[in-house]
Design a protein around this ligand. Structure first.
Ligand SMILES: Nc1ncnc2c1ncn2[C@@H]1O[C@H](COP(=O)(O)OP(=O)(O)OP(=O)(O)O)[C@@H](O)[C@H]1O
Ligand SMILES: [Mg+2]
Length: 229
């Protein structure tokens, strides 16, 4: 089923300075699957993530979201489906208050004030950030920013959830909350992470990147709860 699938077909990506960060990447994530992408610092995880919603466009090959090719023409539609949480939350937060930030996309989509407030409240609660609504985002701690950035994406109720290092900066309680959230998110999910506990608890498959190449793919045996984690 290609409904909310994500597919990379022979994708290469070169940065403007000529550096090739991804080489000939192909994989397919089926509707509802949860997949992790791992690899050393600089392996290309964040670059790959940026290609999923057209923030970067592939130099060669193609990316498909729900069967639709990511291109300039399909961008609005792609971004409606794909919710992306950046590695660095500072890139995601820019409004005067947390509540406005979390509601930003919803206002843009034409939701009423009441609907926005309801969804924002729910999203903030789900990441344990209720109470932060009136704060200025740049006054928050790193972990609080992360929670708010995640809330902003969840508020949009995306069909495909893409997260770059969702548990970095988080305290143990927030990390567990995010893990539970990912587990309860029933749609397609792709997570770039170094957090093996997170992978074991949420993902059914792992893509391994090495110097811009997809070198292996492994199944995660069970969604066991790893208390060492
Ligand atoms: N704007 C850029 N211009 C040129 N090269 C870049 C740029 N951004 C990243 N790179 C290079 O692309 C490669 C992949 O970077 P990327 O950020 O995707 O790695 P990553 O796997 O996410 O690493 P990390 O685990 O540190 O987050 C690195 O070698 C990096 O130096
Ligand atoms: Mg990265």
């Amino acid at each position: 089923m290609s409904h909310h699938s994500l597919e990379f077909l022979n994708v290469s990506f070169r940065y403007p300075d000529g550096y090739t960060a991804l080489r000939n990447i192909s994989f397919r994530i089926e509707d509802g699957e949860k997949v992790a992408v791992v690899g050393a610092n600089g392996a290309g995880k964040s670059t790959l993530i940026m290609l999923t919603n057209g923030l970067f466009m592939s130099s060669e090959g193609a990316v498909f979201v729900g069967g639709m090719k990511v291109s300039k023409r399909s961008l609005t539609s792609v971004r409606r489906q794909v919710g992306l949480v950046f590695q660095d939350s500072d890139n995601q937060l820019f409004m005067p208050t947390v509540a406005e930030d979390v509601g930003f996309g919803l206002y843009n989509m034409g939701f009423s004030k009441n609907e926005v407030e309801e969804r924002v409240g729910k999203a903030l609660k789900s990441v344990g950030a209720d109470g932060l609504g009136n704060m200025s985002p740049h006054r928050l701690s790193g972990g609080q920013k992360k929670r708010v950035a995640i809330a902003g994406v969840l508020a949009m109720q995306p069909d495909i959830l893409i997260m770059d290092e969702p548990t970095s900066n988080l305290d143990l309680q927030a990390r567990q909350q995010i893990i539970e959230l990912i587990r309860s998110f029933s749609h397609t999910t792709l997570i770039a992470t170094h957090d093996t506990g997170l992978i074991k608890q949420t993902c059914n498959r792992v893509l391994i990147l090495d110097k811009g190449q997809l070198v292996a793919e492994e199944r995660v045996v069970s969604h066991q709860v790893d208390l060492s984690g």
